[in-house]
Design a protein around this ligand. Structure first.
Ligand SMILES: Cc1cc2nc3c(=O)[nH]c(=O)nc-3n(C[C@H](O)[C@H](O)[C@H](O)COP(=O)(O)O)c2cc1C
Length: 321
């Protein structure tokens, strides 16, 4: 399946594994890329820039296919050393970067000078247009269905993707809610050149999280997510559990960040994945968990999606003839 995205980014299939905190590590990234998709190492999951260099080397031991690095740039009281992570990405010869979280502008010159293609992930048409005007090489447009940060506009992919497609002339992939071949075919029909998936890849054999969390995703329905931080203007979609419900209640009652800080700490979230206890903290997951019924290898998943998408396109074209 050749699209504007596969051509521009030099990958076989139009399927990307987006950056995922605590999840986007070498084994998963290599498995996705080895199957012809595009895996992304999550830079900030590595405690230091030097660790990122080691993770890149580990990934290269497992695949010689293209893979990228996600650099999530979020406002923070004590920001990580973004420039040092960026330097590692450049020095290690990475050729594809997924930026997310805020304006990629300050990093563009260094990436482009090093021949790195930038795929910018954003949640609104306005930000997609801005990123295109800054010279990014591709847009990943992330709808309200997504795990993590869906933005504040609440526009689902069914509208967001074609609305963005009206304005975006560079390769664009659709993100948020994609889990199978039907999603890929729908994304192409809506004007995208491929898909980005988080939750679906989180629930694969190579994903480094505890099996019980993968099983919790299989068991959950599309109703089992919660939107936290709404009143703070920094919405995040996470699994519905005792902790996320408590966070919502405190904030809805007028609470401020310091009252929920401990509940939402990254340390607690990491424990969820390590111990396999879905109630241990808040953890990102998307609506498409309601579409996930198994825990395949990431490679089998990529192959299944492209094979079934081909069949589906064949069936649909017969309808039209
Ligand atoms: C566990 C998890 C962690 C995530 N962490 C990040 C992150 O650190 N940076 C980022 O840009 N996106 C992050 N995301 C969002 C994904 O890259 C992707 O945009 C999103 O999952 C797409 O929606 P989907 O889950 O419905 O496929 C995360 C998603 C998940 C499931």
């Amino acid at each position: 399946m050749k699209t504007k995205f596969t051509e521009a980014f030099g990958v076989e299939h139009p399927i990307v594994q987006g950056g995922m905190q605590w999840v986007g590590v070498a084994e998963l990234v290599a498995a996705v890329s080895e199957a012809g998709g595009l895996g992304m190492i999550t830079a900030l999951t590595q405690p230091t820039p030097a660790d990122l260099a080691k993770e890149i080397a580990r990934t290269r031991e497992m695949t010689d296919k293209p893979f990228g690095v996600n650099l999530t740039i979020l406002p923070s009281i004590t920001p990580p050393p973004y420039d040092e992570y960026r330097k590692v990405i450049v020095d290690e010869g990475i050729k594809i970067v997924e930026t997310a979280g805020s304006n990629p502008g300050p990093h563009m010159a260094q990436f482009h000078d090093a021949g790195i293609k930038v795929l910018h992930k954003c949640t609104s048409v306005k930000h997609a247009i801005k990123a295109q005007s800054l010279g990014v090489d591709g847009i990943s447009i992330d709808g309200f269905e997504c795990a993590g940060h869906p933005g504040e506009d609440d526009i689902p992919g069914l509208v967001l993707i074609p609305a963005a497609a009206k304005h975006i002339t560079i390769p664009m992939i659709a993100s948020g809610g994609f889990a199978d071949a039907r999603g890929l075919v729908a994304a192409l029909a809506l004007g995208a050149d491929g898909i980005n998936m988080g939750t679906r890849f989180m629930c694969t054999e190579e994903s480094p999280i505890h099996h019980d969390i993968k099983q919790a995703i299989v068991d959950a329905s599309e109703q089992d997510t919660e939107l936290i931080f709404r009143t703070l203007g920094n919405t995040a979609r996470v699994a519905r559990n005792g902790v996320s419900r408590e966070v919502v209640e405190i904030l809805n009652d007028g609470g401020q960040f310091d009252q929920i800080q401990d509940l939402v700490s990254g340390k607690r979230g990491k424990t969820v994945y390590e111990l396999g206890d879905p109630e241990a903290g808040v953890w990102s997951v998307g609506l498409c968990q309601g579409l996930i019924d198994d825990i395949p290898s990431a490679g089998d998943l990529v192959t299944r999606i492209v094979t079934e998408a081909d069949e589906l396109i064949g069936r649909l074209s017969k309808l039209a003839s």
